[in-house]
Every structure is written in structure tokens, then in C-alpha cells.
Design a protein around this ligand. Structure first.
Ligand SMILES: Cc1cc2nc3c(=O)[nH]c(=O)nc-3n(C[C@H](O)[C@H](O)[C@H](O)COP(=O)(O)OP(=O)(O)OC[C@H]3O[C@@H](n4cnc5c(N)ncnc54)[C@H](O)[C@@H]3O)c2cc1C
Length: 594
């Protein structure tokens, strides 16, 4: 069951596994471990329950769940020199379901598995074939539950049914509401410009290049978002006697409980604050393993607060050093994103309901009573995964191509029928079309580090955008590519003119004007990864072994997106689910339980 008060949690003295963070990967693991009725699991989640949070249920209200709400950690990144010293908002889910429950403005419920080369690179970096594309297919099948889109439209040619299954846990669907005015133009342009913008029937095959229909974590039968909380903690799972979830429980540090025979600290305890009783610190101990699933920002923060990290940083905060590991919090990779907006000759865009309260209310009623209509969708019906063509000579100079291989994208298009509410300021009049561009195989790296020794203070988050100039070059190419896309004949009567960005910058100017446009308008796609990276056993770097056990200690694994060494060229919630599923498998096997 889900509890709001620690005293109400039964068997509070005996838990085999304690999972810190009821997010995407954490809830997946909690579900799999409690398939064994003898394993008692406690999940400690800092945020509130997702029950009744309408903004987290309605796909099109996704942007309202974050930022600056109780369901968000409300982080801001440190000022980025490369973005004219701007500090950008850096949302993270603070709610049961974690970041799979909050989806803001420019990012959605997009379900993308990445390219096969991304996963094969993880296997190669970690020297463990269990992370290869071939090996993770079983976890994709355990995760995905394909559902018909909410409007039951004919989906022939919009996905490849052979790649999908209805047997998993987490609902996935195609768009449940079609925007004919833009859907048809986008697909037509993949025919008109087939060389540069080829159509891809299903970008989740492992070969993701091209433009195709977006798959989302939405349950088409209800028109509602599917998160790790609604799926893996759904009614027939959360009723298990051995599955206990405590919300409003913020873990402040891990606690050493002993020393192993080979002299390593054994860590099975956690200290946490219960929002109902903020004066008191609680501790709880796992009997078998402690799992950190607090996500790419909070997992390294908790490690550092517990004395696991770079000794120079820890000493400067007067935190006793348990394990000196400079890799903790380093190696962050994320996707920078720029919204590109054009005035459109249409009155059938997102803006119609934004400016008409009666229409907005009708759309909500339709969603609420029938599970149909425009609110069953997120914001993009089509995505593109694209590369700098080999014909562009001298693009990379001496720099090694940062993509995982020749079939992996350098940049992405998210194509939207208007200005997305919350993602950009809504102009007071007219209608729009937008293409969000993102650098999806970045060379730059950032970091997460404690700002103070207080667990209640936000860490310093540095996404490191454009630290490597090549990423800026890729973004320039991506925006010009978006402009080329709209020169297709399908758009000639539709696109009126490009709209200026923040700070009166324009995307249509020369190289240096375009650079200013990028610097003033870059945000994050919210995909930080790699801050507790896995590395080969006995490597001189990295935070966890390929079985996700924390190096240098006994008792703790990390099970969230922070363990993947590089952000995939994908929206990474599917990857977080894969990490949760594989961790379940690894732990069950190590306990002799399957
Ligand atoms: C606004 C937004 C939109 C996104 N949109 C998409 C998308 O459309 N498609 C996609 O594929 N990906 C998307 N992502 C990225 C994706 O959601 C994340 O990469 C993924 O969910 C990460 O999973 P995780 O398990 O690593 O962490 P999370 O799901 O973030 O889970 C971490 C959990 O730990 C909890 N926690 C943290 N610290 C503590 C603590 N001290 N004590 C107790 N609990 C703690 C958090 O509250 C949270 O519930 C989005 C992310 C955000 C923030």
C-alpha cells in the first residue's frame, strides 16, 4: 500500500530491500522484487502521491505539472557561460512515479528506445554484454504494453506491430488525436525530401533514423498518462502485502551499518525526514540490499552527502570521507533544446483552445467523460532522428563523431502544431507551427556537486551545454535543417514567417546571429544521465559495476538513469524502465530467486 506516515507502515522493522526514490526505475524494481512474496520492500519517495493529480493524468496538461509546482524539485542550473550566463530551469519529478509522472512544456510522454548502437556502446563501455541491444529486448518486452490509440484510427504504416507487445506493464500508444493540417504535411515532406528527411515506419526498431509517428506512454483505452506509478504500482500490484511505499519521505543520507570481511564499508541504513514530522530524523535498515533510485541529480547528491565522492569536495563541506571516488556526480550528459516557431496560416492549432475558455472546457469534458479528444495527446505527433550527412565535408574536423555509430542521430526534430503551452511565451495573436531541435549525441559533459552540506539545499547542477563547441555547430545545423524542411511544397501555403526568439534574436540570420539565437533560447530536454556511471569491474573510474553495485562499498546498488555512461539519442524514460527491469533480474538471480 501507499502510506503517508511512517508509523502506519506495517512490519517497519523488517525490510529486505529499501528503495530510495519511487520514480521510473525505482517503482519498476519494487514491482519485480515483490513478485517474490518472501521479499519485503519499502520504497521511500520524497514527493507526494500521484493520486488525484489531474495535471499528471491528462496528457495535454503535461506542461502544468512542472516547473515550480509541488510535483517538481524546482531546480535551476548554474549560470551557463555558453548561454550568455543564463540559468535555465531544470525540472525533476517530485511525486510518486518520479519524472515519468511530470512532463513539462517542451517534453512529453515520448517513448523511444534509442538506437541499437547506443545500447551496444553501453555493453562495450561496461564490458558487459547484458547491456547490449540484443540483451535488453527481454526487458523492453516486460515493460511495454501496446494499446490502440484513443481515437482508434487506422494505424497501418504508422508503426510495425512485430516490434511491440501487449503483454508488458507500461502502456504505450500512438497519438490518439490527429492534427490533419500538420500531420499530412509532415508525412508528405518525408516523400518530397526523402533523401534528407526519410520516413521511418517505426523508430523503435533499433534503427531510428528518419521521421515518423511518435509513440507515447499513454493508455489509449483511457486516454491517460501511463507512469511507473500508474503501471508498476497499479491496483493489483500495490495491494501486495510485501510492497510498501512511503511518500513525503526525503532521504538525507545513507548510513554505514558495518564493515565487510575485505574491509569495505557495509551500507544498509538510510536516514530520512517524514514531512508529517519534520523535526525528527528516522532511520530504517535493509536486510538484504539498499537501492538508490533517486535519479541523475539526487542520487549523486545523496552519495556525496553520505561521504561517497571526491574527497576534495567532501572535505570542503566537512563531510567525513567514506569512499574517495571523483567520478560521483561527474560525466553528466543531457540534450540541449531550442524551440523554433513559425507563424502559420491556420486556425486549427494548439492556440485555439488556449485563447478560448469555452473550447478548453469542452475539450476537458470530452477527455473526462470519453477518454478522447485533443487532450489525450501530448504535443508532438511526429519526431525526427537525423544526422549530419556524410556529404557535408569537414564538419567534424579533428573531433571524433560523438554519436554511438553511423546509424545514430546527431540531432532531433519534435514537430508541433503550435506553440506549446508553457514551453515558450504565448504570443497574443495568430497561429503557429514549431519544430523543437535538440542535440542528441552531445560531446559536452556537465556535473552535479553539493553546494552545501545540508541535504535540504539544492546541489549545483551544471548541464555543461555547448562546453564542446561542436555541439553548438550541430545545433546550428539542426535549426537550418528545420528551415529547409519547411521549404517543402507542402508548406508553401501554410508557413508565413519565422518568429523571433527571446531577446529579439532570429534564427534566420547569419552564423553569428544564429549563434545568439541559440544561446538566448536553449533549454533542456530534461535528460541528464551518467552521473553515477557504470564501468567495467576493477576500472579506475565509474561509480557502479555493470551489475549496478556501488564500487568500494557493500550493500548498495544504483538503479536509475544515472548509471548509463552516456545519454542515449532518445527520450530516455524507456531506458530508465530497462534499467529497472534489468536490475530486478540481476537481483533476483543473485538471490537465487528466479
Ligand atoms: C519534465 C520532464 C519531462 C520529461 N519528458 C520525457 C519524455 O517525454 N520522454 C522520455 O523518455 N523522458 C522524459 N523525461 C526524462 C525521463 O522522465 C527521465 O529520464 C526518467 O524518468 C528518469 O528516471 P529515473 O528513475 O532515473 O528518475 P526519476 O523518475 O526522476 O525518479 C527519481 C525519484 O526519486 C525521488 N527522490 C529524489 N531524491 C530523493 C530523496 N532524497 N529521498 C526520497 N526520494 C527521492 C524523486 O522524487 C523521484 O520520484 C522527462 C523528464 C522531465 C523532468
Amino acid at each position: 500500500a501507499v502510506y503517508t506516515c511512517f508509523e502506519d507502515v506495517p512490519q517497519s522493522s523488517h525490510f529486505d530491500f529499501v528503495i530510495v526514490g519511487g520514480g521510473t526505475a525505482g517503482n519498476t524494481l519494487a514491482n519485480r522484487l515483490t513478485e517474490n512474496p518472501h521479499f519485503h520492500v519499502l520504497v521511500l519517495e520524497a514527493g507526494p502521491s500521484n493520486e488525484g493529480v489531474i495535471d499528471s493524468m491528462v496528457p495535454f496538461f503535461a506542461n502544468r505539472a512542472s516547473p515550480f509546482t509541488p510535483w517538481d524539485w524546482n531546480y535551476t542550473a548554474i549560470p551557463q557561460e555558453t548561454l550568455n550566463n543564463r540559468s535555465i530551469v531544470y525540472p525533476r519529478g517530485h511525486i510518486l512515479g518520479g519524472s515519468s509522472s511530470v512532463i513539462l512544456g517542451s517534453d512529453y510522454m515520448v517513448y523511444t528506445r534509442g538506437s541499437s548502437e547506443d545500447w551496444d556502446r553501453y555493453a562495450s563501455i561496461s564490458q558487459n554484454q547484458g547491456w547490449s541491444w540484443h540483451s535488453i529486448q527481454e526487458y523492453i518486452r516486460k515493460n511495454e504494453k501496446w494499446t490502440e490509440p484513443a481515437d482508434h484510427h487506422n494505424t497501418t504504416g504508422q508503426f510495425n506491430p512485430k516490434l511491440h507487445t501487449t503483454r508488458g506493464v507500461n502502456s504505450v500508444s500512438l497519438p490518439g488525436f490527429l492534427w490533419k493540417n500538420t500531420d499530412e504535411r509532415i508525412i508528405q515532406t518525408t516523400k518530397d525530401f526523402a533523401d534528407e528527411f526519410p520516413f521511418n515506419e517505426d523508430m523503435n526498431s533499433g534503427s531510428h533514423l528518419g521521421i515518423g509517428w511518435t509513440q507515447n506512454t499513454i493508455d489509449g483505452s483511457t486516454g491517460r498518462r501511463s507512469s511507473s506509478a500508474t503501471s508498476y504500482l497499479g491496483p493489483h500490484f500495490i495491494s501486495r502485502k510485501n510492497l510498501n511505499v512511503l511518500v513525503n519521505a526525503r532521504v538525507t543520507r545513507l548510513v554505514k551499518t558495518g564493515t565487510s570481511r575485505d574491509g569495505k564499508p557495509e551500507i544498509l541504513g538510510v536516514e530520512f525526514l517524514d514531512a508529517n514530522n519534520p523535526e525528527k530524523k528516522f532511520t530504517v535498515q535493509a536486510h538484504k540490499e539498499l537501492i538508490l533510485s533517486a535519479g541523475s541529480i539526487n542520487t549523486p547528491q545523496i552519495l556525496q552527502l553520505s561521504g561517497i565522492g571526491d574527497r576534495h569536495l567532501l572535505s570542503s563541506m566537512k563531510i567525513p570521507v567514506l569512499v574517495d571516488n571523483p567520478s560521483v556526480g561527474r560525466n553528466l550528459s543531457d540534450h540541449p533544446l531550442v524551440p523554433n516557431i513559425w507563424r502559420a496560416n491556420s486556425n486549427n492549432t494548439f492556440q485555439a483552445a488556449q485563447r478560448n475558455a469555452t473550447l478548453a472546457s469542452e475539450q476537458f469534458q470530452e477527455w473526462n467523460t470519453t477518454g478522447k479528444g485533443p487532450l489525450t495527446n501530448e504535443f508532438t505527433n511526429q519526431l525526427g532522428w537525423l544526422r549530419i550527412p556524410a556529404s557535408v565535408t569537414d564538419f567534424w574536423g579533428n573531433i571524433e563523431d560523438p554519436a554511438a555509430g553511423n546509424n545514430t542521430a546527431h540531432y532531433e526534430f519534435m514537430l508541433c502544431n503550435g506553440v506549446i503551452p508553457g514551453a515558450s511565451a504565448l504570443p497574443s495573436s495568430d497561429n503557429y507551427f514549431s519544430i523543437f531541435t535538440a542535440v542528441v549525441s552531445p560531446a559536452s559533459r556537465g556535473s552535479v556537486a553539493l553546494n552545501t552540506s545540508s541535504p535540504l539545499d539544492a546541489p549545483l547542477i551544471d548541464p555543461g551545454f555547448y562546453k564542446e563547441e561542436i555541439d553548438l555547430k550541430v545545433m546550428k545545423f539542426a535549426i537550418r535543417s528545420a528551415q529547409r524542411f519547411l521549404t517543402g511544397p507542402a508548406w508553401s501555403e501554410y508557413i508565413i514567417s519565422a518568429v523571433d526568439g527571446q531577446g529579439n534574436t532570429t534564427m534566420t540570420g547569419d552564423d553569428s546571429q544564429l549563434e545568439q539565437y541559440i544561446k538566448e533560447n536553449t533549454a533542456t530536454v530534461f535528460h541528464p544521465t551518467g552521473t553515477s556511471s557504470m564501468s567495467p569491474v576493477n576500472a579506475g573510474w565509474g561509480v557502479v559495476d555493470p551489475d549496478l553495485k556501488v564500487k568500494g562499498v557493500v550493500g548498495v546498488r544504483i538503479v536509475d538513469l544515472s548509471v548509463l555512461p552516456i545519454v542515449p539519442a532518445a527520450h530516455p524514460q524507456a531506458a530508465a524502465y530497462v534499467v529497472g527491469e534489468r536490475a530486478g533480474d540481476l537481483i533476483m538471480k543473485s538471490m537465487g530467486s528466479n
